[in-house]
Design a binder for this molecule. Sequence first.
Ligand SMILES: C[S@@+](CC[C@H](N)C(=O)[O-])C[C@H]1O[C@@H](n2cnc3c(N)ncnc32)[C@H](O)[C@@H]1O
Length: 296
Amino acid sequence: MAHLAEQPTLLAGEGWDDYGLVDSGNGRKLERYGPFRFVRPEPQAMWSPRLADWQADGEFVPGSDEDGGGRWQFARPVPAECWPLAWDDVRFTAQCTPFRHLGFFPDMAPVWEWMRGQLAGTEDAQALNLFGYTGVGSLALSSCGPVTHVDASKKSVAQARTNAALSAMEERPVRWLIDDAAKFAAREVRRGKRYDGIILDPPKFGRGPNGETWRIEEHLAPLVADCRQLLDADSRFLFLTVYAVRMSSLALAGLLAELFADLPGTIEHGDLAVREEGEGARLLPTAIFARWSNPG
Ligand SMILES: C[S@@+](CC[C@H](N)C(=O)[O-])C[C@H]1O[C@@H](n2cnc3c(N)ncnc32)[C@H](O)[C@@H]1O
């Protein structure tokens, strides 16, 4: 029976050559993405900034609606298309998207590393990445075996393929699928498929490629139940992250505890955070997570 570790775990990411959280405070954060610095809104940074100098190449100025709207303002020229970055052996591009992101989620870096660790020593591990976006996590996992990458957005999957080419990983066995995550998982269950590891990084609200509605409060539990059916006692992990939702990591862990009651392993939960660079090195929380792991 999977053991639920009640005490929360902190999964804190550090900066690396191509990314860093330079400072945060007063509801904003200053980050570096390769040679460029950007300021973005960050409601959780309620403290004061440490640095006086917040010069940046661009700033995302939010609209009046917290969940959407707003636009980039540039102080210096930033490539309109994109520019190259790397995390470990994965290469990809960053771009200032209208959704205030930069085309990948740097706070996921410790998750990519943890997943690789869970699959270490397995041969040809089968991994599934639901809501895989631009594919950095899928490419990170592809060093461990075949990966199925699912995302509803044609544009994100096209970008993921471009990132695979940029990483010289086009020959890796990754299936790049434009599909609705919930429908795909249900179909895999009917086909009797199994995986060694599953990552789910769902948004609060989304749409499948045929207009299917994704609402986290309504659809998360059935999707995780399907994911459980795709794992067995030889599988290694399930990693679930949730952003900007009124939910506790303990609630996510409770869901996993129920669904994984008949499998061995451990369930942990807690905050995902990014550590600031420099003195002080404060932690900025970015998401909550729950994960099941099974050393096998
Ligand atoms: C939070 S992002 C994932 C970030 C990614 N895991 C990473 O670290 O780079 C959410 C993604 O979910 C996708 N999405 C939204 N609704 C979906 C659905 N119903 N089925 C599949 N993907 C969906 C969006 O296209 C978007 O790429």
